[in-house]
Design a protein around this ligand. Sequence first.
Ligand code: FMN
Length: 193
Amino acid sequence: MEELKGLKLGYAICGSFCTFRKSIDEMRVLAGMGADIYPIMSDNAYSLDTRFGKAVDFIAEIEEICGRNIIHTIPEAEPIGPKKLLDVLVISPCTGNTLAKLANGVTDTSVALAAKAHLRNARPLVIGVSTNDALAAASKNIGMLMNSKNIYFIPMSQDDPIKKPNSMVVHFDKTPEAIKCALEKKQVQPIYV
Ligand SMILES: Cc1cc2nc3c(=O)[nH]c(=O)nc-3n(C[C@H](O)[C@H](O)[C@H](O)COP(=O)(O)O)c2cc1C
């Protein structure tokens, strides 16, 4: 996608560990399209080993794709605002926890502060939801963010309506299209697929 060439793209990952594989694969696709990616991870995403893999392995892979170190602390995230570092910031996967922080102005993690710092420059923030409570506790936060300036969503679906009726997961492969629309100040449609 031509629009992504040379784009200064922040790509933040929160602790939805089961989606790391797909998110990192999409990061590689975006790099292949010529995006200049600044990787960001929440403290939890950066440090926790889970049954889905070891933190050190994910970190090494992401840094290899992007060719730079991962922003994972509050002091590293803060300059995103004053330096106007990013054209667009993607948070995908975005957890229920980080959605709650974003919707309520809480900025005590690297990802939440990156979002605040970036939004102060009135530039687009693109969110990819991945949480079991998207249609429960997180739904009011998603609704608030959908009704907020400069915030857009990557299309998402219920991933298992029978066993996890409140769960929704982003379609990572729709990230480039969502970014392209967000740069034009538009929400890609449909949001729910
Ligand atoms: C194995 C594992 C998988 C998880 N998957 C998710 C998930 O898909 N979505 C979610 O919202 N939280 C998930 N969590 C919980 C979050 O990691 C937790 O809420 C954490 O505080 C998120 O922090 P962050 O938003 O700063 O990354 C998972 C936790 C573990 C240990």
